[in-house]
Design a protein around this ligand. Structure first.
Ligand SMILES: [Zn+2]
Length: 185
């Protein structure tokens, strides 16, 4: 056994642990906070929150304290799958389908700027936060869900896995995706 073997084993174990810890997340790659960059909001209720994140549809949801009329932006590129009001507690909601086949859900919205079938960019404003559905006040309910509306564990690339009470500063900039091609001189 060479002297480097224990290091190789340690490295492989570490690598396996990192891969295992990542395997549990269902978010689209590089998902960022659902409001424009530079703005900070607090988590009113986190994953498994006792107030209302207590069934399989909501276990992995967050409530962020966005005031009425705050721009809500796409957490990643995708296609609008659902917009509209339903009497199921979420009120006005948007669902975006992402490249990894998971959906992001934005609930209790005031209004929409998008319609089903539209492609949206990460950071694009899709609507405005509100107080529709079952709420105790204006906020944004957000989670990653599957096509049966069950919530899935997820992590943000900018704000991590927020917990109740935490203040989160988005790095998700609004983009119109202006492309600039530098010219050689
Ligand atoms: Zn919620």
């Amino acid at each position: 056994m060479s002297t480097s073997t224990p290091w190789m084993i340690a490295f492989l174990i570490l690598f396996a642990l990192i891969m295992l810890s990542r395997a549990g997340y269902a978010n689209p790659p590089g998902m960022k906070a659902p409001w424009p960059g530079g703005i900070t909001f607090q988590v009113n209720q986190g994953n498994f929150g006792y107030i209302s994140h207590n069934d399989p549809h909501t276990f992995y949801a967050w409530d962020f304290d966005l005031p009425l009329g705050t721009p809500v932006v796409a957490v990643a590129n995708g296609t609008i799958a659902v917009t509209g009001y339903r009497n199921d507690g979420y009120g006005n909601r948007i669902q975006i389908r992402h490249v990894n086949r998971a959906y992001s859900l934005y609930a209790h919205l005031e209004s929409f700027l998008v319609a089903p079938g539209e492609n949206v960019w990460q950071g694009q404003i899709i609507g405005y936060s509100g107080n529709t559905g079952y709420t105790g006040g204006p906020h944004l309910h957000f989670s990653i869900i599957d096509k049966e509306n069950y919530s899935l564990p997820s992590i943000f690339s900018d704000i991590g896995e927020p917990v109740e009470g935490q203040c989160c500063t988005s790095q998700n900039w609004f983009v119109g995706r202006v492309v600039c091609n530098p010219r050689s001189v």
